[in-house]
Design a protein around this ligand. Structure first.
Ligand SMILES: *Cc1c(COP(=O)(O)O)cnc(C)c1O
Length: 410
């Protein structure tokens, strides 16, 4: 293990960092002390001049998602020391996961977005490798070429469908959906988080799909908690369901789960590595991530979810108590109904009493020590979640948000 003095020497020899103060402020050392065994590693991010921060925002890809539990990191380290066959590992892990979440079959993808692409590719190709090799060029291939979804479910991740060359058709009502279904329809795509916004709810969507024998995929990327969502939608009748590995489940950030029908999972894997002439070849998942994802899922399932919930509620209340008395500030604790279904503190203020925009507050929290990220922003509000905090960090978040609001108070 390098000695502190050596690290300082090494750091000060880096031109980028030579001028940075190395002594931590008391609050920085508190944050440092809460990290597990900080001296076990070189401070790589510091060497690179990269800001680390307290994540009071949530599971954002831009903020590198979630933190993995120690046992997940151990599984990753374990896997890094042995060779195995990629397909054999996917087979066995897939069987384990299917048993854990009560569905027919499962595979690990590189995130929920990749699960959407691979699922679509498999539905188009079936078990025909020649067809899989033609994706995304569908014209004249004999493959179907349209995916239907509701307008209210239009999200950026629909791009993951289009990777396969399909045209996405938008509908609003059940009548429009039934009318849009034709011999080119490959898949009906559903975004679980938008269930309440769409006119056709999940059960009815499945019912229509079954009536016309069209496969369904439900994107549930950010939809645990609650834990039972891991089996609710395959049981409801969706043929395929996908989840992000690196959001609520806290697996590797570049892993995801594709769950559902055995034949469709097998077909999806025809477009996944190690097979090279496929749309999914550039969505490789390493053995470390595959094993890490399994262990993360095991840990997630074994958790005391009520205790987690009480912890998050307590943390959110703590922050709320610290800031709600600031003149002109309104707070509301809310739980989004489906995705990111966790206690969320929405903070807003009268800008006549607190002279600061939401974006300015975010900037102040980001630039302070330690750096803190919160969500929302805009004219006069931010939102705060605590599920991605290291327990104890809520105290720092509470005092820093309070301090910033008070400083801007007139
Ligand atoms: C996050 C998210 C995705 C993408 O998930 P990754 O695991 O980052 O690929 C897809 N769909 C929805 C609704 C999401 O929230």
């Amino acid at each position: 293990m390098p000695k502190r003095r050596d690290i300082i020497k090494r750091l000060s020899s880096l031109p980028l960092l030579g001028g940075l103060a190395l002594s931590a402020s008391p609050i920085q050392s508190l944050a440092g002390a809460m990290k597990s065994n900080p001296l076990k590693y070189r401070d790589y991010f510091k060497e690179l001049g990269i800001r680390t921060f307290i994540n009071a925002a949530g599971t954002y890809t831009s903020m590198t998602g979630s933190l993995m539990a120690e046992e997940v990191v151990e599984a990753i380290q374990y896997a890094s020391k042995e060779y195995v066959l990629l397909d054999e590992l996917q087979d066995r892990v897939g069987e384990r996961i299917a048993a854990l979440v009560h569905c027919e079959a499962a595979t690990i993808t590189s995130g929920a977005a990749s699960a959407i692409t691979l699922a679509t590719a498999g539905i188009l190709s079936g078990m025909d490798e020649k067809k899989a090799a033609m994706i995304p060029h569908l014209e004249g291939s004999g493959m179907k070429s349209e995916v239907i979804m509701q307008k209210a479910h239009d999200i950026v991740y629909a791009h993951a469908l289009r990777n396969c060359g399909v045209k996405v058709i938008f509908v609003e009502t059940r009548a429009e959906l039934e009318k849009a279904i034709n011999e080119k329809t490959a898949l009906l795509f559903f975004v679980n988080a938008n269930n309440l916004e769409g006119k056709i709810k999940a059960e009815e969507f499945v019912e229509v799909a079954k009536k016309y024998s069209i496969p369904t995929l439900n994107d549930c990327a950010a939809d645990v908690p609650p834990v039972e969502n891991l089996w609710k939608y395959t049981r409801m009748g969706f043929d395929l369901v996908c989840f992000s590995g690196g959001k609520g489940i806290r697996g590797p950030q570049s892993a995801g789960l594709l769950l559902g029908r055995k034949d469709m999972i097998a077909a999806a894997r025809l477009s996944a590595p190690p097979r090279g002439n496929t749309v999914g070849r550039c969505m490789k998942v390493s053995k470390e991530e595959i094993l890490g994802m399994l262990i993360a899922l095991e840990s997630y399932l074994a958790k005391d979810h009520d205790q987690d919930w009480k912890l998050w509620e307590g943390q959110v209340s703590f922050i709320n108590d610290a800031i709600k008395s600031v003149q002109g500030v309104q707070t509301k604790i809310d739980v989004p109904p489906i995705a990111n279904h966790i206690p969320t503190l929405n903070v807003s203020w009268n800008i006549k009493q607190v002279k600061l925009s939401g974006d300015e507050l975010k900037e102040k929290l980001r630039n302070g020590h330690p750096s803190i990220e919160v969500a929302g922003g805009g004219a006069n509000s931010v939102s705060i979640t605590t599920w991605m905090l290291v327990p104890g960090q809520e105290r720092i978040v509470a005092s820093r948000v309070r301090e910033a609001l008070l400083k801007a108070s007139v």
